[in-house]
Design a protein around this ligand. Structure first.
Ligand SMILES: Cc1ncc(COP(=O)(O)O)c(C=O)c1O
Length: 409
């Protein structure tokens, strides 16, 4: 998981377990009680401090995965004359929104879009838009762990609702319906999911929008990985935008981090559809206007960057497929191990005999083989027996890493 930064000021634990500064200034209860790294991060830091090279099978930062970016074109895109002027629009520059609408297709219009500095910021705006402190959003799990904190930092609670695996992943629509309470405001799904790769099926989409419409909920659909379909089922929903008139308010999130594998440029967006879309967009623009956080250079560069994006994505897709093939060849020689289907996205779930807990296993692999993997428990995978690997890993490292960990599983 990418680090999202750490507070710099020194802090002391208070008697109530929350952190206070030496002058007794208390911090918001939205924050965690402390900032100690988890056991795996601490072990990793120890090994690195001791100078031991660690082979990382979790890397999700595409700029460090050996792709051949069109550097001159990216630099040129970021030095257009417009980067020298400031002409803010709370929804984002019209030309940028037009290019993003064209990238998505499915009749999406620039008027249905609002730009943000990242998908994560998009969640922050949406949670502010939809909830009051104490409200909650339902999140089919396993899922992207950042939601928990993104919700808490807006005073909301992200409530996990387990999905289940039977040949492929399935949303448990009955459990979602049962979980709706008086404080529920929205459902948050990732399509395809990180880390399970689950693409929503068309019946799941209709079930979800119907459920949200009946309960007055919004539906947030994170489609950052939608262009990375790998083993998607026949009935999968290619994108939430295929439904031009959803039954409930729909907020689709995406951004350059995955669409162009350019996370450092910090650009995300929200597409708004469904009932009361105009009001929702106006309210989002009001929220965004308080920050105006999207930089002019990246907005000016969007049309050129999106023109370059298919070439970058093609390299990423080739890497994902090559690593899956390497994994399958390795698994054929290790019948105790298997993997779940990867309908889409950048991760694969490796299944192993649960002779120890997932976190203990990840620690064991780090200590014994100097290989970093993520335990399934980091993503709320049920029980033990799952490790999460990044298919973005440079191919020779991926092969080497598998060769080192397979005998230990
Ligand atoms: C499902 C999902 N959504 C959002 C993000 C974050 O995207 P951004 O860099 O635009 O905040 C990630 C990053 O890995 C992700 O996995």
């Amino acid at each position: 998981m990418e680090s999202k930064g750490r507070p710099q000021r020194p802090a002391l634990p208070s008697s109530r377990g929350r952190f206070v500064y030496p002058d007794s200034m208390r911090l918001s209860s939205r924050l965690p009680p402390g900032f100690d790294p988890n056991a795996l991060s601490a072990a990793l830091a120890r090994l690195r401090a001791a100078g031991r090279p660690v082979l990382d099978l979790t890397g999700s930062n595409p700029t460090r995965c050996g792709f051949a970016y069109p550097e001159a074109e990216i630099r040129a895109a970021l030095s257009a004359p417009e980067v020298l002027t400031y002409d803010p629009d709370s929804r984002g520059a019209q030309t940028a929104r037009e290019a993003i609408a064209a990238h998505h297709g499915h009749g999406l219009r620039a008027e249905e879009l609002l730009l943000t500095a990242s998908t994560s910021e998009g969640y922050g705006l949406l949670f502010k838009l939809l909830g009051d402190p104490g409200d909650e959003v339902l999140v089919p799990s396993p899922s992207y762990p950042l939601f928990d904190w993104l919700a808490r930092l807006e005073g909301l609670r992200a409530r996990p609702v387990p999905s289940y695996f039977h040949d492929r992943w399935h949303l448990d629509l009955g459990a979602l319906e049962a979980a709706v309470g008086p404080r529920t405001r929205a459902v948050v799904v990732v399509n395809p999911n990180n880390p399970t790769g689950h693409f929503l099926s068309k019946p799941e989409w209709h079930g979800l929008t119907d459920l949200c419409a009946r309960h007055g909920l919004a539906l947030l659909v994170d489609e950052v990985f939608v262009d990375y379909g790998l083993e998607a089922a026949e009935d999968h929903l290619p994108t939430a935008l295929a439904d031009a008139q959803p039954a409930c308010p729909v907020f689709l999130l995406s951004g350059l981090s995955k669409v162009a594998a350019l996370p450092q440029l910090k650009l995300g967006w929200i597409a708004v559809r469904g009932p009361q879309a105009a009001t929702n967009l106006e309210a989002l623009a009001f929220l965004a206007d308080q920050y105006l956080s999207v930089s002019s250079p990246v907005q000016a560069a969007v049309p050129a960057l999106l023109a370059l994006a298919p070439g970058i994505r093609a390299q990423v897709l080739e890497r994902l497929r090559a690593n899956l093939a390497t994994l399958d060849a390795g698994l054929a020689a290790h019948p105790r191990l298997s993997r779940l289907p990867v309908e889409g996205g950048w991760s694969v779930l490796l299944r192993r005999p649960a002779v120890d807990g997932d976190e203990a296993c990840a620690l064991r692999l780090l200590e014994a083989a100097s290989v970093l993997v993520h335990p399934g428990s980091f993503f709320d995978l049920p029980g033990d027996g799952h490790l999460v690997l990044s298919l973005l890993t440079p191919d020779p490292l991926f092969r080497d890493g598998l060769g080192r960990i397979f005998p230990l599983l």
